[in-house]
Write a protein that binds this ligand. Structure first.
Ligand code: ATP
Ligand code: MG
Length: 343
């Protein structure tokens, strides 16, 4: 079965262009535009949205068919089939980089043209389906990652609440002190102001803790931006530190200063860190080892890449599990989800 396609022909020889148009008509496709110039081909493709472009490689104008095809692919993902009379190695190499959907040597028979077009349209449909499902998969993965973050944060709720409560208590105490300093005949404005300023600072501290927690729990789109690696790590450690203290686990931190900035998504990286430290704490709690200590070290490795190590002397990983721990939903914990490492 032939699918009737709307085809654009880009060919600088008018007679050949006419012949191709006639061939297309004979095999059941419609021609929605003919041009001899690469620049015009790009514009026409964008405005007319053909199903397919038949593209000569040598063209009039500043850009050749290969460059035009590349621009069309990049801007509107319309499949392009190259037509040419010459096929030297260099041309074929350049043409393949433009991800062509087919290649026809001129002159060609109706049947050849028909087959190449059918195959190109089929591949285009398959590519589209793949792009759609990849996009859907990415959305699902982002949502799963967020659920996992929220679950981990949920386990930290008690200590986060405690962390926020401390500065709030300090706000109240300083505000009370301020009122006392202002009472009576011998009000001390200087002391009152100092107390009010301490209250403000503590209020900001509480706000900053909430900010950090919200930044991690938020369902924000992924943004790759330059980041200070150590600062990203410290942000996580500030959140987990109170929980580690509550579990009587010491935290040793050694962050090598002056590391180059890295490019990445802060939330994603923090999620990875959060899980590594949580895993370490879980491993320590499941072990009888007296050494209740998590060590976090950041340093440049010999290849000049930044590297962070999270170490614990907990139960350790069963060698039989080693090639499974990065699989989604692999967990050895009663209340684990098994998403941490796979993310
Ligand atoms: N530091 C560690 N010590 C021992 N085992 C570990 C350690 N880190 C990971 N594992 C093993 O790898 C498994 C997978 O870890 P992962 O972080 O992906 O999931 P999880 O911690 O079980 O659940 P969650 O989705 O809550 O993170 C763990 O269940 C555990 O068996
Ligand atoms: Mg985990």
């Amino acid at each position: 079965m032939t699918t009737r396609a709307r085809v654009m022909v880009v060919e600088d020889d008018r007679i050949v262009a006419r012949d191709i148009s006639e061939q297309l008509g004979r095999i059941g496709h419609s021609v929605i535009g003919v041009t001899a110039r690469g620049e015009a081909a790009v514009e026409l493709a964008i405005s007319n949205r053909p199903d397919l472009v038949l593209m000569d490689i040598r063209l009039e104008g500043d850009i050749d068919g290969i460059d035009a095809a590349r621009q069309i692919r990049a801007r509107c993902q319309i499949p392009v089939v190259f037509l040419t009379a010459y096929a030297d190695d260099e041309t074929v190499r350049r043409a393949s980089q433009a991800e062509p959907f087919g290649y026809l040597l001129k002159p060609f028979e109706d049947l050849q043209l028909r087959t190449v077009i059918e195959m190109a349209l089929y591949k285009d449909r398959a590519d589209r389906k793949l792009r759609e499902s990849t996009a859907a998969l990415q959305v699902a993965q982002a949502e799963l990652a967020r659920m996992s973050r929220i679950t981990t944060m949920g386990q930290l709720t008690a200590s986060i609440a405690h962390e926020v409560n401390q500065p709030l208590m300090a706000v109240v105490m300083n505000a009370e002190a301020c009122v006392q300093w202002l009472k009576g005949e011998k009000a001390n404005v200087g002391e009152a102001r100092a107390a009010a300023e301490r209250a403000i600072a503590e209020g900001h501290r509480a706000g900053a803790i909430i900010q950090r927690v919200r930044a991690i729990a938020r369902n924000a789109p992924v943004v790759s931006e330059p980041l200070d690696f150590n600062e990203m790590i410290e942000g996580v450690l500030l959140i987990v530190q109170p929980e580690l203290s509550r579990q009587e686990i010491a935290l040793d931190v050694d962050l090598q200063p002056d590391q180059p900035s890295i490019v990445g998504d802060r939330v994603q990286l923090q999620q990875v860190m959060l899980n590594l430290v949580s895993n370490a704490a879980d491993a320590i709690n499941s072990s009888k080892n007296q050494q209740r200590r998590v060590t976090v070290v950041s340093a440049m490795d010999p290849l000049g890449e930044v590297c962070v190590t999270v170490e614990d002397a907990g139960v350790g990983i069963d060698p039989d599990h080693l090639d499974m721990i990065f699989n989604p939903f692999f967990t050895t914990k009663r209340d684990g989800i098994g998403m941490g490492l796979s993310i």
